[in-house]
Design a binder for this molecule. Structure first.
Ligand SMILES: Nc1ncnc2c1ncn2[C@@H]1O[C@H](COP(=O)(O)OP(=O)(O)OP(=O)(O)O)[C@@H](O)[C@H]1O
Ligand SMILES: [Mg+2]
Length: 363
């Protein structure tokens, strides 16, 4: 980010992309010279006019922007844009910017270009960064946007463009496939899950800091049960913390898991109601701990599907629904550690519920 390098940050949901970006942005902004970081979450923009308005607002908010030094900062700022936004002032005198919902897409494109140009100007004297989080959703706002960004990134090489997203195939279509509009524009970072031992140590320390004891083995058990996603791990840890007296032991973890699964069961039931029988059987197979390839005739037989092409269709549908994620797992063999790709039920509590409902154990 400090060196104007473009980056694509990819991981399944809830691995910690936004948290990592936040931490990195804070460091860039606190550096010397303090960086200018503009960040927008694409998923929360209902249309391209909103994206443009959020980019403009985030740019205005950048500390140390040349416009803040002007006596009349806001007018000085808005006149840098080819389409001048309407400005309203909040109770504390803070400005909010908006554009008519009917803003023509070409005008929205110009605004995005203006934000980029403004950052390029900042980049002459300090690091300048444009972060688009949830970038996998960008084409919903305009199918031309990846190509537009490619043009802007070429034109303004000093600005670091950071694109973070979850759906791997969508990110690859835009960034890494041969015909991708942003092909070779960004360095790829696949954010892995946090190492289990680091996560366990973190849990034990957190518990200790608020006055309860968690043995390292218990922390490890929590990670093993619902890992690798930090959000799930912390949810179980928190629930175990709540139910335990002074010592968070295995029985507290068991009870906590039980509670979460019970609490969520209505939602799980709704998910199952939307599934075809084939999808349900695949979910159960993955929940019970199927590792390795799903492309074998053996797996198709297990889940009662005609063959691998039916399995692919079912897995695709479940992945689109985000009920299933593709996850790489490390496997130790004689040749050392190998990374294998496999599929898993995205929500470990749902996986647990499926196993309980079916009366099967998890491996
Ligand atoms: N290094 C970490 N240590 C402990 N917890 C973490 C860490 N990074 C993230 N988390 C926790 O994991 C959860 C998910 O993080 P975050 O929202 O950053 O993920 P994300 O990849 O952006 O998810 P999404 O794809 O849904 O946007 C949060 O509750 C966060 O507090
Ligand atoms: Mg996020």
């Amino acid at each position: 980010m400090r060196n104007g390098i473009n980056v694509a940050l990819i991981s399944p949901r809830r691995y910690g992309k936004t948290s990592l970006l936040l931490r990195a942005s804070e460091r860039v902004a606190a550096g010397r010279p303090a960086g200018a970081v503009v960040e927008v979450n694409v998923l929360l923009c209902k249309d391209i006019a909103t994206l443009a308005a959020r980019l403009v607002a985030a740019t205005y908010g950048v500390k140390g922007g040349a416009w803040h030094r002007a006596r009349r900062g806001v007018p000085e700022f808005v006149h840098r844009f080819r389409i001048v936004p309407s400005v309203a002032y909040g109770p504390a005198g803070e400005p909010t910017f908006s554009f008519a919902p009917g803003l023509a897409p070409a005008d929205a494109d110009r605004l995005i270009g203006d934000v980029y140009a403004l950052l390029e100007e900042e980049a002459k004297r300090r690091p300048a960064v444009l972060i688009l989080d949830e970038f996998q959703a960008i084409t919903r706002l305009g199918t031309h946007l990846p190509a537009l960004l490619k043009g802007l990134a070429d034109e303004h090489p000093s600005v670091s463009l950071v694109l973070a997203g979850s759906k791997r195939h969508l990110m690859e279509e835009m960034l890494f496939d041969q015909e991708a509009p942003l092909f070779k524009m960004a360095e790829r970072i696949d954010l892995p899950a946090l190492p289990a031992d680091e996560m366990a140590a973190f849990l034990a320390k957190r518990a200790g800091s608020v006055g309860k004891l968690m043995d390292p083995e218990v922390a490890g058990e929590i990670v093993r049960l619902v890992g690798p996603v930090p959000n799930d791990i912390q949810r179980l840890a928190y629930e175990a913390f709540e139910v335990a007296a002074r010592r968070i032991d295995r029985s507290a973890v068991e009870l906590a898991l039980e509670r979460i699964v019970t609490h969520e069961s209505q939602g799980f039931m709704d998910t199952v109601a939307r599934c075809t029988p084939g999808q349900y059987r695949v979910l159960v197979a993955l929940a019970s701990g199927h590792r390795g390839s799903v492309m074998t005739s053996g797996f198709a037989r297990t889940v009662g599907l005609a063959g691998s092409s039916s399995v692919v269709r079912v897995i695709d549908a479940l992945t689109t629904e985000e009920a299933v994620v593709e996850r790489s797992v490390e496997e130790e063999s004689d040749e050392g550690v190998q990374i294998k790709r496999g599929f898993a039920v995205a929500d470990p509590f749902f996986a647990e519920w499926l196993c309980r409902t079916e009366g099967i154990g998890r491996t």
